[in-house]
Every structure is written in structure tokens, then in C-alpha cells.
Design a binder for this molecule. Structure first.
Ligand code: ADP
Ligand code: TRP
Length: 334
């Protein structure tokens, strides 16, 4: 069976964009692939500097994946930090990572550009963790020989960089030591819009938390931005983020039915929001219940992650042994 691997950074609460853009497609893939999914806690350290906050986010992401349906028997599910081989591989990969490649990484470029616009030095506030982020991510990936890396569109560049780095290493040793990974993006949900119509993101303050209590969910749905068309006017479902969100939660028949109500006129935005809230809550309520139970048992979550870490390390050690031999770090070889 082919191998799939992905990770999520514990830098905030999960939102609907994370679920539809990352978690759900990854869980679907885990039905057909041998899956290795992890919590990228050392990636989070670049931005989360408060220990209690980091611990809380890790538990929330763990509970989130499990509540969404991850089966830890089938999927190797672990924390990045529990697999120290990651950091040794990252060191090896650094020697094959062009500095220019890191200069071109989106996250770094965006930070440098924002600094430029403020008249600051390009590197102001940029730590080496952010700068070398794609190299650590390459280690996460290449350690586990995945064929497919399910990610949102914004992460495809990083996966391509991992492939470039692997190729540079394989080329040097003239052996396929590392498998070349490929990003898998589910195009239909590539970008989930937020309350204001921009990409839903925790950094834009436009997110709907995945496990928001029912009341808060309702409140947030009511805040989705619409245009000023009146009740009687015909509305274009394809031009409305309200409808884009509805599509995530509704069956095809429901989508077709609501789309014709949009077009017919006679339905106000308030009604359209009620429809979205109903469909969203129907989908999210059972997950929210599971999440609440899981998060109330941190020791249980810890056990699940510890058992995943053990399985992950067994695989990681094997990759490292292979590489150490090939690159000349292991002594007493020819
Ligand atoms: P955020 O943008 O809120 O900081 P992250 O960068 O932590 O989210 O993303 C975690 C995962 O969720 C990534 O795979 C990313 O591509 C996916 N993702 C985040 N926001 C969205 C969105 N609005 N639509 C689709 N996928 C998303
Ligand atoms: N960079 C990813 C994100 O921001 C998280 C991540 C870290 C990851 N390591 C990974 C994703 C390896 C896929 C594979 O969402």
C-alpha cells in the first residue's frame, strides 16, 4: 500500500478551513493509504512561545483529529517532538538545501515583504526557525517515505521543496535513498472562505472554530459578510461565501435546492444564514461532543500519542540507519 503523511502545527484552535482543507481529505486518504499523521509541535515553536499555550494547542489538535475520526490503530499518530530522528535528518538535509531555496519560501518572503512595506529591515523579527521551516518540514516528510502528502494549496510549495532537497541528496549519492514525495490537494475545497470572504485563517480573525459551542457557531454564521441585496432580489449563489460554506456541509440535492432559492428571489440573507447554521451544526455537533470528551482526558490523549510515537520511531530509526550508512557517518564501513 502507498504511504500518506501530513502534519498540522499546533498554533491555534482548529477551524473549519483546517477541517475541510486538511483533516477531512487526509482521513479519506487514510482509508486507501498507510497513513502517518503528526502534530508539528517544533514548527509551532517559531510562533508559540508560551509553554502552557503550546501544551494546550497540542492536546486540542490531538483531540481534534481523533474527534474527526482518526483511528489510531490504523494511522500512526504522533508528535513531531517524540521522533528525535526528525532533527538529525533535518541536519543532514541542511547540507543539501540551497540557501536560495529558503529565500524563495512563501512564509519567509511574505514576512520580508511586510517588513519592507513598513520600512523595516527585511529580516526584522524573522527567526531561523521560520527561515529554515521548509527544511524541517522536508525532514518530517522524507523520514517516513511517503508517496502522498495531503495539504492545503498554500503548502504545496513546501512539499515541492522537500522533493527538491531529496533529489539533491539522491543525486549526490547516486542512489534513491529518499523517496520523492508529492503533494495532494483536494481542489474542490482548496480554499475555505472565512467570515469576510478572504481565506479562512486564524491570522485574519475570520475563522469559525471547528468545535465552537452551538451558540457561538450560530453567532459566527450570522456574522458572515453578505452584500446589500434585499429579500426580493435574485441572488447569485456562486458569488456568495455563505453559499460556498453551505456547500461544505450539505448534500448535492440540498445544494441544488438552496441554489434555486437564491436565484428565485424571495429569500433574505437571514434565511440563507439559518440554512447554513442548520447544516453546519448537523455536521459538527457529533464531532464537538467527541472532542469535549477527549479533551477532558489529557492522560488518555497522551497514551494514544505515546503509542504512535513508538511506532513512528521504529520507522524513523530505519531511515536514519540507511542514511547514516550511505553518507559516511557510520564508522567501520567501507
Ligand atoms: P491558518 O491559515 O489558520 O494559520 P494553518 O496554516 O495552520 O491555518 O493550516 C493548517 C492546514 O489547514 C494546512 O494544511 C492548510 O493548508 C489548511 N488550511 C488552512 N486554512 C484553510 C482554508 N481556509 N481552506 C483550506 N485549507 C486550509
Ligand atoms: N507546514 C504545515 C502547515 O503549516 C505543517 C507541516 C509541518 C506539515 N510538517 C509537515 C505538513 C509535513 C505536511 C507534511 O500547515
Amino acid at each position: 500500500m502507498k504511504i500518506a503523511l501530513t502534519g498540522i502545527k499546533p498554533t491555534g484552535n482548529l477551524h473549519i478551513g483546517n477541517y475541510f482543507g486538511a483533516i477531512k481529505p487526509a482521513l479519506e486518504l487514510s482509508q486507501r493509504y498507510t497513513a502517518r499523521y503528526f502534530i508539528a509541535d517544533y514548527h509551532a515553536l517559531n510562533t508559540v512561545k508560551d509553554p502552557a499555550e503550546l501544551r494546550r494547542y497540542v492536546l486540542e489538535i490531538a483531540a481534534g483529529w481523533l474527534a474527526a475520526g482518526l483511528d489510531p490503530q490504523r494511522v500512526v499518530f504522533y508528535r513531531q517532538s517524540s521522533v528525535p530522528e526528525t532533527f538529525e535528518l533535518a541536519t543532514i538535509l541542511m547540507a543539501f538545501t540551497a540557501k536560495g531555496l529558503m529565500n524563495r519560501a512563501h512564509a519567509y518572503k511574505a514576512a520580508a515583504q511586510a517588513n519592507g512595506e513598513k520600512g523595516l529591515d527585511a529580516d526584522a523579527g524573522v527567526n531561523m526557525g521560520l527561515y529554515t521551516y521548509p527544511a524541517l518540514m522536508a525532514a518530517d516528510i522524507l523520514l517516513f517515505d511517503p508517496d502522498a502528502v495531503p495539504v492545503g494549496r498554500d503548502q504545496t510549495q513546501h512539499v515541492e521543496m522537500a522533493a527538491d532537497i531529496a533529489q539533491a541528496l539522491n543525486f549526490n549519492y547516486k542512489k534513491p535513498l529518499l523517496k520523492i514525495p508529492e503533494a495532494v490537494v483536494q481542489e474542490s475545497v482548496a480554499v475555505v472562505p472565512g467570515l469576510d470572504g478572504r481565506k479562512m485563517s486564524k491570522s485574519y480573525g475570520n475563522a469559525i472554530p471547528l468545535f465552537a459551542p452551538e451558540k457561538q457557531l450560530r453567532k459566527l454564521v450570522m456574522r458572515v459578510v453578505t452584500n446589500s441585496q434585499g429579500v426580493g432580489e435574485s441572488k447569485d449563489p456562486d458569488a456568495s461565501q455563505l453559499f460556498a460554506l453551505y456547500k461544505l456541509f450539505a448534500s448535492e440535492a440540498e445544494q441544488a435546492a438552496l441554489a434555486s432559492r437564491y436565484r428565485a428571489g424571495g429569500m433574505g440573507w437571514g434565511d440563507a444564514k439559518e440554512e447554513l447554521f442548520y447544516a453546519a451544526n448537523r455536521c459538527l455537533a457529533p464531532m464537538r461532543e467527541r472532542f469535549d470528551a477527549l479533551i477532558a482526558d489529557p492522560a488518555g490523549l497522551g497514551e494514544v500519542l505515546a503509542s504512535g510515537a513508538e511506532r513512528a520511531r521504529a520507522i524513523a530509526k530505519e531511515t536514519l540507519r540507511r542514511l547514516r550508512d550511505a553518507i559516511g557517518i557510520t564508522m567501520n564501513k567501507e
